[in-house]
Design a protein around this ligand. Structure first.
Ligand SMILES: Cc1cc2nc3c(=O)[nH]c(=O)nc-3n(C[C@H](O)[C@H](O)[C@H](O)COP(=O)(O)OP(=O)(O)OC[C@H]3O[C@@H](n4cnc5c(N)ncnc54)[C@H](O)[C@@H]3O)c2cc1C
Length: 495
């Protein structure tokens, strides 16, 4: 009688947890080693003084990827999905209007009355092209394993040629072809920043993201807070006997004859398995532990990375009427801001930021009569601004601006406060130079050009998470777990 194959996973982020689910339900014996004292990685939670905060992600697109994950293991979804309506709210400095962004295009057109004429028919036309790109690339680029650059190029070559001109236009130029008002162009271009780019330097093929938010599946969160995703998965993993070892950091690896043979933690303890999965950053891990020439610090620094998060978690006494659940606060210099935010060596002046007030829809996240605010200000990563000793200045700048815009004295009503600078983000989860979403998604860093989910030299080593394929974001790392599951069950079948 053979025995079930053993799988060891480094890190307990969402990519790891989703992989552990798929593999344990396929008969593998899975163990996870996590540096932190709780699971989730960036999808984490802070509980303090009666307040609960989502640490990182606060909503997601493509909710059907979670549905697929649980369907694939024959379990009901262990949390409650909640569609956002409106999707989000945008405040632009200098404008006295607050824009609510709806999927219902009729209603959306109403929001922009007097600003953009005939918005509904313009958006329909704009989204038609975006929809085609999304569906023409979904299975050829995103939901596919690649073993070579040639294979990737051949797959790309089957994408209809009519999309080609979009590679030569920027996201912003595509918006300019369809819309006149600055407000509409700015708002629809915000998604480009999730890719690690600006709308002025990323190709217009990525306007498919507007299709995902405005037409396809919209945005979703989870009743009771995003950490319910992690808690729900942990319950199922426990049922399958998956062991998670916390407070343990892997600091070296051993390999022989093209196989990874063991992992060692900072206390010198050794862990062995048949198959290994790394959920730490796939590019950083290759450089730091496997000493690969392609991933030295110098080479990593030359790659394109997404912005670093500067995050503030505030428990506030009082209800703030002038704010909604998901809000963007933008300044009045969008182009300049976009041009400098990736390379400025100082903290942004008049920062652009996102505010999530979960207590607006989930009253259990804050004591009665209070709000919980999560503020995210994307800033240059630590290659560019290596030190955040001046972080408190940015906190003040944001709180002064926010208080004025929502007409509520936030500073004098703070009951609890936590701040994570990019250094803290780096140190907590081993995020390379504090980059929040990992490697960017320019055309030179996707598909076979992204660090592969299968190691190039070690036959039993795989990667899952934001910096490997297909890329970053909750539903995308869930797709990543499906892709390595596909590989592992074929390449290392268990009984
Ligand atoms: C501020 C912020 C906001 C975001 N908002 C959204 C959003 O709204 N919607 C969305 O879809 N996405 C969002 N994202 C992106 C999303 O969080 C990530 O894409 C996703 O969570 C990444 O998951 P992962 O599988 O790569 O694992 P990670 O979250 O990176 O987890 C990896 C785990 O590995 C552990 N680890 C690393 N190295 C070691 C080691 N050597 N030994 C042991 N353990 C180790 C880490 O401690 C960590 O727990 C956001 C990210 C940030 C930072």
């Amino acid at each position: 009688m053979g025995k079930n194959k053993e799988v060891l996973i480094v890190g307990a982020g969402l990519g790891s947890l989703a992989s552990a689910l798929r593999l344990s339900y396929s008969g593998y014996k899975v163990k996870i080693i996590e540096k932190q004292s709780i699971a989730g990685g960036r999808l984490n939670v802070i509980k303090q003084d009666g307040f609960t905060f989502d640490v990182g992600p606060s909503f997601f697109s493509m909710s059907y990827e979670f549905v697929e994950l649980f369907k694939s293991i024959g379990e009901p979804i262990p949390f409650e999905l909640n569609e956002l309506n409106p999707l989000y709210t945008v405040n632009i400095a200098g404008s006295n209007r607050v824009f609510q962004i709806y999927k219902d295009l009729d209603r959306l057109a109403e929001e922009f009355k007097g600003i953009e004429n005939d918005l509904e028919s313009k958006i329909r036309k704009y989204l038609k092209g975006a929809k085609e790109i999304f569906h023409d690339t979904e299975y050829k680029v995103v939901k596919k394993n690649f073993d070579s650059i040639l294979g990737f190029i051949l797959s790309m070559a089957t994408v209809p040629m009519k999309h080609l001109p979009k590679l030569f236009r920027t996201f912003w130029q595509e918006l300019e072809r369809h819309f006149e008002s600055e407000e509409v162009k700015i708002i629809f271009s915000l998604v480009a920043f999730f890719l690690g780019a600006t709308p002025f330097n990323t190709p217009s093929v990525y306007n498919l993201l507007n299709y995902t938010e405005l037409e396809h599946d919209g945005y979703w969160n989870v009743k009771g807070g995003m950490y319910k995703i992690v808690e729900g998965i942990l319950g199922l993993l426990d049922k399958k006997g998956v062991e998670i070892i916390y407070n343990t950091e892997i600091t070296s690896v051993s390999h022989r004859n093209g196989e990874l043979t063991s992992l060692q933690d900072s206390n010198g303890y050794e862990y062995k398995a048949d198959v290994y999965i790394v959920n730490a950053d796939a590019a950083w891990f290759r450089g730091k532990f496997l000493k690969r020439a392609k991933y030295t610090e110098e080479k990593l620094d030359k790659m394109e990375w997404t912005l670093a998060p500067f995050t503030i978690y505030l428990g506030v006494n009082g209800k703030i009427p002038g704010i909604h659940h998901h809000n963007y606060f933008l300044g009045d210099n969008f182009r300049d801001y976009a041009d400098t935010i990736f390379r400025s060596t100082v903290a942004p002046k008049k920062p652009y930021y996102y505010v999530n007030v979960a207590s607006k829809s989930n009253p259990e996240c804050a004591p009665e009569g209070c709000e919980n605010l999560f503020i995210l200000c994307p800033v240059p990563d630590l290659r560019i601004k290596p030190n955040w000793n001046d972080g408190e200045e940015l906190v003040n700048e944001i709180l002064d601006d926010l208080s004025e815009r929502v007409k509520f004295d936030i500073k004098n009503n703070i009951l609890t406060k936590v701040v994570y600078t990019p250094e803290k983000w780096r140190d907590m989860f081993n995020l390379y130079k504090g980059s929040g979403l990992g490697l960017a998604h320019g055309l030179n860093q996707i598909g076979a050009f992204r660090p592969s989910n299968k190691d190039e030299e070690l036959n039993n080593l795989y990667y899952v998470g934001a910096s490997t394929t297909p890329g970053t974001g909750l539903p995308i790392v869930v797709i990543g777990s499906k892709l390595i599951h596909e590989r592992i069950i074929h390449e290392h079948p268990t009984i």
